[in-house]
Design a binder for this molecule. Structure first.
Ligand code: UDX
Length: 444
């Protein structure tokens, strides 16, 4: 099939390359000339394992191309995906749907014949219906656009696998159109592998996505709230999570207690869900998400407080090393990153903060230029009075505590060097027996 993908960020670029990998002819479209240039040259402008190889392979095969030209896109195909961003509006919790609207508004007058728009971006419920009206207003005689919604559930760091082998495909549509038949053709490969395919109405499809993210955020904040209680009584939240997670109704996934969630999706999506529920007069229904958000933000403060306490009450002038800047491992994304937020707060409290991250250094530096950035773990650890592990990169989990001990400043308060495990990802016993004062969030 021929198709276009509007928006070439994490979602759009991955989707375009994966659709080409499945054998479709794909044109990626973006208004950002630099992004299009980079993708055309086979360079992925962000870190995503497996994507550079996939991009190059499909550029070489001729099945994948990129353009900034909407006219070309309108002529290239009759199926168009939208994967542009819906960031949080400035000064409000609501999602900004400007970019999604702009795609439909610009494309509609350029098309001839019947076209299908499949929205993938996360949008407030009701957006698809508004876009349908916008498309109807802007198409010429003899042309039409059907708007359907096909939410995307990909996780950064696993984006290629999640797109090629999704755990479900959801399609929201209004009756009487071609969306289902065309979507079945697009996803023929996954459907052959018995991937569940759920056809629902437009508002349900829009709500599926925000509900999934709200549930994940709630699960993380649940365990982090329990972790606050564990801290007061000296209980161990990770052992507790293992125990409750064995109940298959609960499950262990997303019960990783620690610094909490960040990134480009969960924080903004729960806020947009609250804002939309409020607009619809159902604000009470989602008000618990305010607490989910608050619990999540408190974890970052707790980490800073713990560092202050461990250093004897003041951070002023102390050498603090933060391992991690990305919001999670296998990503260079620092949007609303708990790790970078903690590093920034420590610095604003007077600490001399050194940060190291395997992939997110450039993005972190752009966002927080005043921190000190080390070129290696070794350089980051050298002279540190306290070490905070804020993103659970494999490199940090596999760090040899004996070797690390030889690099740090030594014995600032306890007669031992101090490490705080903000992601409950280190081998506690190994660090303790190597002579470290070991602290972790949620473990007394
Ligand atoms: C999320 C959703 O998982 C995905 O389905 C959706 O399409 C986009 O948003 P992503 O933002 O890539 O994906 O990250 P995810 O793996 O969900 O992690 C989100 C945050 O939660 C990270 O900061 C992670 O560190 C944190 N997290 C995750 C925890 O704190 N504990 C956990 O147990 C799991």
């Amino acid at each position: 099939m021929r198709m276009t993908v509007f928006g070439t960020g994490y979602l759009g670029a991955t989707h375009a390359a994966c659709m080409a990998e499945l054998g479709h002819d794909v044109l990626g479209v973006d208004v950002d000339e630099a992004k299009i240039k980079s993708l055309t040259e086979g360079k992925v402008p962000f870190f995503e394992p497996g994507l550079p190889e996939l991009l190059q392979r499909n550029l070489d095969s001729g099945r994948l191309g990129f353009t900034t030209d909407y006219e070309e896109a309108a002529q290239f195909a009759n199926v168009h995906f939208i994967g542009v961003g819906t960031p949080q509006k400035k000064g409000s919790y609501a999602a900004d749907t400007t970019y999604v609207r702009a795609v439909v508004e610009s494309l509609a007058p350029l098309i001839e014949g019947e076209h299908l728009v499949l929205g993938k971006s996360t949008v407030p419920v009701g957006t698809a219906a508004q876009l349908q009206a916008l498309a109807d207003e802007n198409t010429n005689d003899g042309a039409s656009i059907e708007v359907a919604w096909n939410p995307e559930f990909l996780r950064e760091g696993h984006a290629v696998k999640d797109t090629l082998r999704p755990d479900r495909i959801v399609l929201g549509l209004h009756e009487g159109g071609n969306a289902e038949a065309l979507a079945r053709e697009v996803y023929a490969d996954a459907l052959q592998q018995d991937t569940p395919f759920l056809v629902v109405d437009l508002p349900t499809a829009e709500l599926v996505k925000v509900s999934a993210n709200a549930f994940l955020a709630t699960k993380i904040s649940f365990i982090n709230a329990v972790s606050e209680v564990c801290e007061t009584v000296g209980a161990d939240v990770t052992a507790l999570a293992d125990a409750i997670g064995l109940d298959e109704r609960i499950g262990r996934k997303f019960l990783g207690a620690g610094l909490g969630f960040g990134g480009g999706c969960l924080p903004k999506d729960i806020r947009a869900f609250m804002a939309r529920a409020g607009e619809l007069g159902a604000d009470q229904a989602m008000s618990f998400l305010r607490e989910v958000d608050a619990i999540n933000m408190r974890r970052r403060e707790k980490m800073v407080e713990l560092a202050r306490q461990e250093l004897g009450g003041s951070l002023l002038g102390r050498n603090v090393t933060v391992l991690g800047a990305a919001f999670k491992p296998n990503s260079d994304d620092v949007r609303d990153s708990p790790a970078l937020n903690v590093a920034g707060s420590l610095s604003l409290s007077g600490a001399a903060v050194t940060v190291f991250d395997p992939e997110a250094m450039a993005n972190a530096q752009r966002l927080f230029p005043t921190l000190n950035y080390a070129e290696s773990i070794e350089e980051a650890l050298r002279g540190a009075e306290i070490v905070l592990v804020a993103t659970e990169w494999k490199e940090f989990q596999e760090l040899d505590p004996e070797w690390a001990r030889t690099l740090v400043a030594g014995e600032p308060v306890h007669g031992k060097p101090i490490v705080i495990d903000g992601r409950n990802c280190l081998n506690t016993e190994a660090w303790k027996s190597a002579g470290w004062e070991f602290r972790a969030l949620g473990r007394g």
